[in-house]
Design a protein around this ligand. Structure first.
Ligand SMILES: [Zn+2]
Length: 260
């Protein structure tokens, strides 16, 4: 826990925090109970989370996530809605806040700085197999003419290669779908470990994102399970998942950013 501030209630990505006109944050266990529905119901915990991150609870759009690859375009008409069977959201409307829930799967944040487009995506192992990260980039390009060289991507708290052991059957699925890239998995103590964030980074680079524009938060939800909800750690410790990490990304209505 040494490099993580112990009293940190909202976790933020370093590079995204430098951007003056975006608002983002991930909830920690300190916010309990907190679901996306609680955001619209303005529960006391939701109010506390919104005030610490700095977003408007009534302007949130969330997804009914299904480990798929459907990506929805949303705007202010969708605020207060749970978009069905969707694992990615894209908007260019300022003041709309995109929500994502995870607990070991990767929460991804996207920001196209020139044309002012944001997106979020939920990428667990199924989403990675379906290449959702790259599909979000293509959606941003196709729908709004995003320039890939201007897209910054952030990977929030995700199970790391240190803790994500998988079965040989699952490994075979990845090999079939994504090729036998030896850098994304390793073997220790007769177990196979998959590096989900690295796979996502590789897919993003393939989709045209500069590697230097990808910020991997590199916080493992299992190693830091005292701070973050983790499906694997919670199942081992309590027999059930205790809650989920809520991630938020939105654009403010003013202030311009520039990077590189
Ligand atoms: Zn770990």
């Amino acid at each position: 826990m040494s490099h993580l501030k112990v009293n940190l209630a909202v976790y933020r990505l370093h590079e995204f925090s430098k951007l003056g006109n975006t608002v983002h944050g991930f909830s920690t266990r300190q916010f309990y109970p907190l679901t996306v529905r609680d955001l619209w119901q303005r529960t006391p915990v939701a109010l506390q989370f919104a005030s610490q991150v700095g977003f408007d609870l009534e302007k949130v759009v969330a997804m009914d996530q299904v480990h798929g690859d459907r990506i929805a375009m949303v705007d202010s008409k969708d605020t207060g809605k749970l978009i069905g069977k969707t694992d990615g959201l894209v908007t260019r409307e300022k003041g709309v806040y995109l929500a994502i829930k995870t607990a070991d799967c990767a929460p991804l944040l996207f920001y196209e700085i020139q044309k002012q487009i944001i997106a979020v995506a939920h990428a667990g192992w199924k989403g990675v197999l379906k290449k959702i990260a790259g599909k979000v980039v293509h959606k941003m390009k196709d729908e709004f003419g995003a320039d890939t060289s201007q897209i910054l991507v952030g990977i929030g708290p995700t199970i790391g290669a240190c803790c994500y052991h998988i079965t040989r059957e699952r490994l075979d699925l990845f090999k079939t779908e994504l090729g036998a890239d030896l850098t994304v998995y390793s073997s220790r103590k007769k177990q196979i470990f998959l590096d989900l964030p690295l796979m996502i980074i590789k897919q993003l680079v393939k989709a045209g994102i500069k590697e230097s524009n990808i910020e991997n938060g590199a916080i493992c939800t299992v190693c830091f399970s005292q701070k973050f909800y983790s499906r694997r750690a919670d199942m081992a410790r309590y027999g059930k998942l205790q809650g989920e990490i809520i991630g938020i990304l939105g654009m403010r209505r003013q202030i311009n950013d520039s990077f590189q």
